[in-house]
Write a protein that binds this ligand. Structure first.
Ligand code: GLA
Ligand code: ZN
Length: 672
């Protein structure tokens, strides 16, 4: 499905079931005023749609769908399967999931279902079929919103049903117990299995569990939740083949391998809730780039963000005036084709009544938040030109959920955090305004000049030849310590670390020297490429020996003084860069600058610190997004090419004044 929209989608989660009908009428009018063109309806409506096992109540939803259609607002219709009704739980208590300690959850919140429960799946399938039958030809139906935030609260279940399903999943993966015993390394601690039925879930154990079992359980749970999605998707595709499907992802959400999920969605959508305390919204940007990468650059939808504050942090800071708009533009700048909120109208009751909403408890259109969202809605109506355009990037960071799971399992040389390995590179590129795609290591590398593999501890066999051809044809590969260490079952790759990368990196690691949390080690320059004489590293160091790589920097003032800390290797037409420590931002930044310069990769516009410059493009137009994250105004120089300010429709001058927290969107015809 190429594009699912021809205008920027703008809207919210809409929960009319919490309100009387006279409020619905006000809602529709206010939505029009706010420029809303799509709302997600029915996400938590199961109990209302099916109040009893054999009774479905669609009349209220019919009326809402009609009302919205009459106001020109389309519907991202939820399948309503995220919160099973009380009667279903009373009928089948085994739907309730079980935690790692064997304790069963109770009804009374949401997402209280075991993903492998056939009673849950059967009831969900029935509801989805009924919804699709009812609304397949409704003019308001624009998109299906399958379930909601799979795994958000319950991403793992330890019930008997899951145990049985896990055995089936394992049999399918390994065929024989001999293979399983070998892959899990069960010779260790007398863990060998002689019967499939002996295999349990990685629950409450005296000490460390089998890492192979834990890793497979993580895969199994992601697959189990995907199976819930898939069964709904199969029904919807058969009944409404032309209505696109999505489910709202959560960005850097560890339990679900979104790279495995994304092919089953027509459009990726996600929910972004950065903490307003974060001055530069780097984690949100990383999330956008990852969500865009899941489907190889296809535009995504920002399905939820808060108009102002959330309700679930200890202290919920608001988005100061201008910030909601600024961060909405950031989503568009990173490849979003829609901006929606949670939620439309603030609830009167329930645990989210103090969550931000487009319309507050006052119901007043003059409130700050409503004014800001209505203003943004009017603006976005002018930006239809950007819809479907792509973010060009020559740098990629490879991100791998299986590695995330494996790297963060316990009993390593030190505790590890995958995201903290990714962020320093991402931040360096973000602050330099260099576009980056976040991709899976198995994806095509043809469009990239630079590939970064942060902390790729779990290294699948298939990655090796792709990386070798990438570097051989002239690409630069950057990677770092404790990468290429284990196989897909968390078994060490023998013969010297990092076994699959030794050649391409031109080095071998002899020993790891993890540093204490507060520990640092000095690093001194060995290369004219670096600007300073001395830098620092923390977290980790290791003793490497170079076979063909050149040292650019070395450890200093320690018993392993002189051992290389940064090593660069020529390989074919390209080169590889290896960091044997978590080096400080200035050292990392200087190496990155060198790599970018080598490939002549430059930012799209020259802008001051704290200002983001991004590009999206179609075949004939380049759209520039300039986002001033600072509080103070900036003046930036613009290129001498013809540029149109998309919000004013006027040609731009050769410089632009951008107030604090303000933005600029420019269209530039591409030369041929
Ligand atoms: C998630 C859910 C919403 C709501 C918001 C609150 O994104 O999908 O239903 O609970 O969080 O931030
Ligand atoms: Zn279960």
């Amino acid at each position: 499905m190429a594009g699912i929209t021809n205008r920027v989608l703008y809207g919210a989660d809409y929960n009319p079931e919490q309100w009387d009908r006279d409020v619905w009428i006000q809602d529709a009018a206010l939505m029009q005023e706010a420029g809303i063109n799509m709302v997600s309806v029915g996400i938590f409506s199961w109990a209302l749609l099916q109040p009893e096992p054999d009774r479905f109540e669609f009349a209220w939803l019919d009326d809402i769908m009609d009302l919205l259609a009459n106001h020109g607002i389309s519907v991202d219709l939820a399948t309503a399967t995220a919160s099973p009704p009380a009667w279903l739980i009373a009928q089948h208590p085994d739907i309730l999931p079980v935690d790692q300690y064997g304790s069963r959850y109770v009804h009374g919140s949401r997402q209280h279902y075991c993903p492998n429960s056939q009673h849950y799946r059967g009831a969900a399938a029935q509801l989805v079929r009924r919804l699709a039958e009812r609304y397949q030809n409704h003019p308001a139906l624009r998109m299906w919103h399958v379930n909601n935030e799979y795994g958000c609260h319950i991403a793992a279940c330890y019930c008997d049903t899951c145990q049985t399903a896990f055995r089936v999943w394992l049999k399918d993966r390994y065929q024989t117990l001999d293979v399983l015993n070998d892959r899990w390394g069960t010779a260790f601690w007398s863990q060998a299995y002689g019967q499939w039925d002996e295999i349990g879930l990685p629950g409450h154990t005296p000490t460390f569990r089998n890492p192979g079992q834990e890793l497979d359980y993580a895969r199994f749970m992601s697959d189990s939740l995907y199976a819930c999605y898939e069964q709904e998707a199969v029904i919807l595709r058969s009944m409404t083949p032309n209505v696109p499907l999505t489910t709202n992802f959560m960005g850097l959400f560890k339990p679900l391998d979104y790279f495995r999920w994304a092919p089953g969605l027509d459009v990726v959508s996600w929910d972004s809730y950065p903490d307003p305390a974060e001055a530069l919204p780097i984690t949100a940007a990383l999330g956008h780039d990852l969500m865009r990468g899941l489907k190889s650059g296809q535009p995504f939808i920002l399905m939820e963000q808060t108009p102002s504050a959330v309700n679930w942090r200890p202290v919920n800071l608001i988005k100061a005036p201008g910030v909601m708009r600024l961060w909405s533009y950031e989503a568009l700048a990173h490849g979003g084709d829609g901006v929606l909120f949670f939620q439309w109208r603030a609830s009167r009751a329930g645990s989210e009544k103090f969550h931000g909403a487009m319309v507050g408890h006052s119901g007043r259109r003059t409130d700050r938040v409503f004014q800001e969202v209505a203003h943004l809605g009017q603006e976005l109506a002018q930006l239809e030109g950007i819809v479907g355009s792509r973010v060009p990037a020559r740098v990629a960071i490879a991100f791998d959920w299986e590695n995330w799971w494996a790297l963060e399992l316990p009993s390593k040389p030190r505790d590890m955090n995958y995201i903290e390995r990714v962020v320093p590179y991402y931040r360096a590129l973000f602050t330099r305004n260099i576009a980056v795609d976040i991709i899976h290591p198995s994806m095509a590398l043809d469009n990239y000049d630079v590939l970064i593999l942060p902390g790729l501890y779990l290294f699948q066999d298939s990655y090796q030849s792709a990386l070798e051809s990438f570097v051989a044809r002239g690409g630069t590969l950057m990677t770092d310590f404790f990468s290429g260490i284990v196989d897909a079952n968390d078994r060490v790759r023998l013969g010297g670390y990092p076994a699959p990368l030794k050649d391409i990196l031109g080095l071998e690691v002899e020993e790891f020297y993890p540093l204490a949390n507060a520990g640092t080690v000095d690093v001194i320059s060995h290369s004219a490429v670096l600007k300073r004489e001395q830098y620092q590293a923390r977290f980790w160091a290791e003793h490497i020996h170079l076979t063909s790589a050149e040292p650019w920097a070395a450890f200093h003032g320690t018993f392993f003084s002189g051992a290389p800390a940064v090593a660069v290797n020529q390989w074919g037409k390209g080169r590889s860069v290896y960091f044997a420590a978590l080096v400080d931002d200035s050292l990392l930044g200087e190496v990155i600058d060198n790599v970018l310069a080598h490939h002549q990769i430059t930012p799209p516009l020259a802008v001051p610190n704290g200002v983001e410059a991004r590009v999206r493009e179609t075949d004939d137009t380049r759209f520039h997004f300039v986002l001033n994250h600072r509080d103070d105004p900036v003046t930036i120089a613009l290129p001498a090419t013809p540029l149109i300010n998309l919000l004013t429709g006027e040609p731009a001058d050769n410089s632009a004044f951008i107030p604090g927290k303000d933005i600029l969107v420019l269209a530039e015809p591409k030369g041929r």
